[in-house]
Design a protein around this ligand. Structure first.
Ligand code: HPA
Length: 268
């Protein structure tokens, strides 16, 4: 058992959370809806990465949401901070070690589709690891050959879509393409992403999905669209825009996730 697993097991106590959730830039709103039992800064948890990206709080929140026990990881470490695609490994490993079988990943993303505007929520159906990086490089055993045919769990995706329907919230489905960042894409790269089958582009989530599948977790992921991809409108992109726009779609995603929990979609 990893030191972080040991540490968090003590803090969680008796009831194993039904799901863990990693929240992206500007998407911390979900924690405001949680009946909080404990807040633990990353810096206190052995081996957890300390992220310095503004808009990423870097804490674990334990509590109840939608009548269920949850573990929320608010703030994440990105590949572009360190060049380490496995930066989130201690977090994902701890989630698995705690016996939490389901993981929800959220992010902010740029849309490459004119019909998916900023403010939309997109359920990730599949991904393209365009950065070429992989968090399992260097892993020694044959378990590194992780199947990715069904990386994003069909049942959990259906649960997320059903919760959105319950609330009358429109959601899109699509393919997320992972760019390393931290610079945004060029207009040519956005046109390429479109041609290659992407619906949205972003700088996170994919390494976490790969790690989660390696550790045997079921994964569901959703993007909040904060902007159209570079060149689609002529406007320059900025992190300020991401931070400003994310909470708008993020509030809708938070309600959907709460409904998803309440409807039992994460229950074993
Ligand atoms: N590109 C990459 N990552 C992003 C974007 C984008 O346009 N918007 C929010 N995160």
């Amino acid at each position: 058992m990893s030191p972080a697993t040991d540490f968090l097991k003590d803090r969680i106590g008796g009831e194993t959370p039904v799901a863990a959730m990693v929240l992206g830039s500007g998407l911390g709103d979900l924690t405001a809806r949680v009946a909080v039992a404990a807040r633990i800064p990353f810096a206190e948890i052995p081996g957890f990465p300390v992220s310095a990206v503004s808009g990423h709080a870097g804490e674990v929140v334990l509590g109840r949401l939608g009548g269920r026990s949850v573990m929320i990881v608010s703030g994440r470490a990105h590949y572009y901070e360190s060049g380490d695609a496995a930066a989130m490994r201690p977090v994902i490993e701890a989630i698995a070690g705690l016996g939490i079988g389901r993981l929800l990943l959220t992010n902010s993303a740029g849309s490459v589709r004119a019909d998916i505007p900023p403010g939309s929520v997109m359920i990730i159906e599949d991904h393209i690891a365009f950065s070429g990086m992989n968090p399992l490089i260097g892993e020694a055993s044959d378990s590194r050959f992780v199947g990715m045919t069904r990386a994003y769990d069909e049942g959990l995706r259906a649960g997320l879509a059903a919760a959105a329907t319950t609330l009358g919230e429109p959601v899109f489905g699509g393919v997320y393409m992972w760019f390393s960042g931290p610079s945004f894409e060029t207009p040519a790269e956005i046109r390429m992403a479109c041609i290659l089958g992407a619906d949205a582009v972003g700088m996170s989530t994919v390494p976490e999905t790969i790690l989660a599948r390696f550790f045997g977790l079921k994964v569901v992921a959703a993007s909040v669209i904060t902007n159209f991809g570079a060149g689609m409108t002529g406007a320059e992109l900025s992190h300020d825009e991401t931070k400003e726009m994310a909470p708008k779609g993020g509030a809708r995603l938070s309600r959907i996730v709460e409904a998803m929990l309440a409807e039992g979609a994460f229950d074993a």
